[in-house]
Design a protein around this ligand. Structure first.
Ligand code: NDP
Length: 448
C-alpha cells in the first residue's frame, strides 16, 4: 500500500511538472489519483501498463485562433481549444465552454473529469472538452453567430460522429449549438446530426437534453437521500447559479417535494423564503437574458445580496450549479453548522478539496459532479442513439431513461464504495468505477 501511495504521488508530481500553471487540472488529477490507491493495490497490472500516466496525458490537444468582427466592425481575436482526452470507450464527448476565464488548464480539468464521468454513465463515449475565452455576455445575436461560425471553421476538421462530439457548457446553449451545427453542415456538406448534441428538438435534438443535467442532479440527490431513509419532501434547498443546470435542478427539486429558497449569478444571490418562483426564473434567464438581481422587482418579498455568499443561507440540501471552486472550506463549514445533510454537484468540481474534506468528515451525503451531474452527458448519448436510428423519443420515455441511468450510476458508486471498505464515499466510488471501465479497454488495445 505505502509503495502504491508513493508511486501515485510520483505520477502526480510529474503531471504538475509537465503541465505548469494549470492549477485546476492539477486539482482534478490529484482528487482522482488519491482515490485509486486501493484499486492499484488490488490490480497491479494497471501500473505495469502505466494506465494512469497514459490517462493523464490527452490523446490530442488543439489550440486555435478565432478571429471575428463585432457589431461596430472592429476585428476581435479569441483563442479556441479542444482537448481530446481519451477515446477508449467511444468518440470524445464533452461540452464547449465560452467564458473569459477559459484557458488550457480549465479545459484540461474539465476534459479529465469527463473521461471518468462518461465511463460512470456506462455509455460508449470517450472524454473531451473545449471552449474559448470569448465572453458572450452583452453580445448581440449577430456577434454570437459570427463568433460561432469562426470557431467552427477551424474546429470542424477535428470533429465527426465517430471522432469527437461536442455539446454545451457555460455560455453555450441551444442558440450557440444551432450556429455551430449550421456552420458544420455548411462546411462539410453533410447533415451529420450526431456530430453535436444539445440540438433543438426540431432538428435532431433529444427532448429532455436541455433539462437533463439539472433533472439528473436532483435524481441523484434523491437516491442519496433514499439510501439514508430520507427524501426531498419538506427539505429546504439552495441552488447556486441560474443557468441551464440550475434552472432545471430547481424545477425537478420542486417536483420531488423540496423547496429551493435561493439561487445566484456571478454578481450576487437572491433569497426567497417562500420558494423561488420557477416561471419568473425561466423568463428572466432564458427569455429576457437578465440578471438574477431583477428577480426582486417581480417578487418584493425576496432579498437580493450583491456579492453575498449563497452558502450562508441555511438549508438541508446544497446544490452548487455555477462553476469550479465556488464552495470552499469556510462555506462547507457554514453549511454543515447550519444542518445541511446532503450536497449534490450540478457544476464540475465546484467544491474545493478542503470543502470536500469538511463534508466527508461531517458524514453528510456528498455526491461529486462526476456522478451527480452525469445526466447531461447521458442524455447526449441518448440523443446520439436517436440520431443513429433516425428516431425521436417522447419526453416521458426519455426522462424515464434518464432517471434509470441516474439510479444505476448511484448504485454503482454506492456499491463500489462499500466493496472498497468506504461506505457512503461517492468520490471513491465514482473514481474507481470510472477508472476501471476505461482501464480495461486500454489494456486490451495494447500500447496506443
Ligand atoms: P450556464 O452558462 O447556463 O450558467 C452558468 C451559471 O453559473 C450562471 O448563472 C453564471 O452566472 C454562473 N457562473 C458562471 N461562472 C461563475 C463564476 N465564476 N462565479 C459565479 N457564478 C458563475 O452554464 P451551465 O448551467 O450549463 O453550467 C453550469 C455548471 O454545470 C458548469 O460547471 C458546467 O461545467 C456544469 N455542467 C453543465 C452541463 C450542461 O449540460 N450544461 C453538464 C454537466 C456539468 P453569470 O451569468 O453571472 O456568469
Amino acid at each position: 500500500m505505502t509503495q502504491v501511495v508513493e508511486q501515485v504521488e510520483c505520477i502526480y508530481q510529474e503531471v504538475v511538472r509537465r503541465n505548469p500553471g494549470e492549477h485546476e487540472f492539477h486539482q482534478a488529477v490529484k482528487e482522482v489519483l488519491e482515490s485509486l490507491v486501493p484499486v492499484l493495490t488490488r490490480h497491479p497490472h494497471y501500473a505495469e501498463h502505466r494506465i494512469i500516466e497514459r490517462i493523464c496525458e490527452p490523446e490530442r490537444q488543439v489550440i486555435f485562433r478565432v478571429p471575428w468582427q463585432d457589431d461596430t466592425g472592429r476585428v476581435q481575436i479569441n483563442r479556441g481549444f479542444r482537448v481530446q482526452f481519451n477515446s477508449a470507450l467511444g468518440p470524445y464527448k464533452g461540452g464547449l465552454r465560452f467564458h473569459p476565464s477559459v484557458y488550457l488548464g480549465i479545459v484540461k480539468f474539465l476534459g479529465f473529469e469527463q473521461i471518468f464521468k462518461n465511463a460512470v454513465t456506462g455509455m460508449p463515449i470517450g472524454g473531451g472538452k473545449g471552449g474559448s475565452d470569448f465572453d458572450p455576455k452583452g453580445r448581440s445575436d449577430g456577434e454570437i453567430m459570427r463568433f460561432c461560425q469562426s470557431f467552427m471553421t477551424e474546429l470542424h476538421r477535428h470533429l465527426g460522429e465517430y471522432t469527437d462530439v461536442p455539446a454545451g457548457d457555460i455560455g453555450v446553449g441551444a442558440r450557440e449549438i444551432g450556429f455551430l451545427f449550421g456552420q458544420y453542415k455548411r462546411l462539410t456538406n453533410r447533415y451529420e446530426s450526431a456530430v453535436l448534441t444539445g440540438k433543438g428538438p426540431s432538428w435532431g435534438g433529444a427532448l429532455v437534453r436541455r433539462e437533463a443535467t439539472g433533472y439528473g442532479v436532483a435524481f441523484f440527490i434523491d437516491e442519496m437521500l433514499r439510501a439514508r431513509g430520507q427524501s426531498f419532501e419538506g427539505k429546504t434547498c439552495v441552488v447556486s447559479g441560474s443557468g441551464n443546470v440550475a434552472v432545471y435542478a430547481v424545477e425537478k427539486i420542486h417536483e420531488l417535494g423540496g423547496k429551493v429558497v435561493a439561487c445566484s449569478d456571478s454578481d450576487g444571490f437572491v433569497h426567497h423564503p417562500a420558494g423561488i418562483e420557477l416561471e419568473t426564473l425561466k423568463r428572466l434567464k432564458e427569455v429576457e437574458r437578465r440578471r438574477i438581481r431583477d428577480y426582486v422587482e417581480i417578487h418584493p418579498d425576496a432579498v437580493y445580496r450583491h456579492g453575498g455568499r449563497i452558502w450562508d443561507v441555511p438549508c438541508d440540501v446544497a446544490v452548487p450549479c455555477a462553476t469550479q471552486n465556488e464552495l470552499d472550506g469556510d462555506a462547507a463549514r457554514r453549511l454543515v453548522s447550519n444542518g445541511c445533510l446532503a450536497v449534490g454537484e450540478g457544476a464540475n468540481m465546484p467544491t474545493t478539496p478542503e470543502g470536500i474534506k469538511v463534508f466527508q468528515e461531517a458524514g453528510i451525503a456528498y455526491g461529486p459532479g462526476k456522478a451527480a451531474n452525469a445526466g447531461g452527458v447521458s442524455t447526449s448519448a441518448l440523443e446520439m442513439q436517436q440520431n443513429a436510428s433516425r428516431d425521436a423519443w417522447t419526453f416521458e420515455y426519455t426522462e424515464r431513461k434518464l432517471r434509470e441511468i441516474m439510479k444505476e450510476i448511484h448504485r454503482a458508486c454506492h456499491e463500489t464504495a462499500e466493496e472498497y471498505g468506504r461506505p457512503g464515499d461517492y468520490v471513491l466510488g465514482a473514481n474507481i468505477v470510472g477508472f476501471t471501465r476505461v482501464a480495461e479497454p486500454m489494456v486490451a488495445f495494447g500500447l496506443i
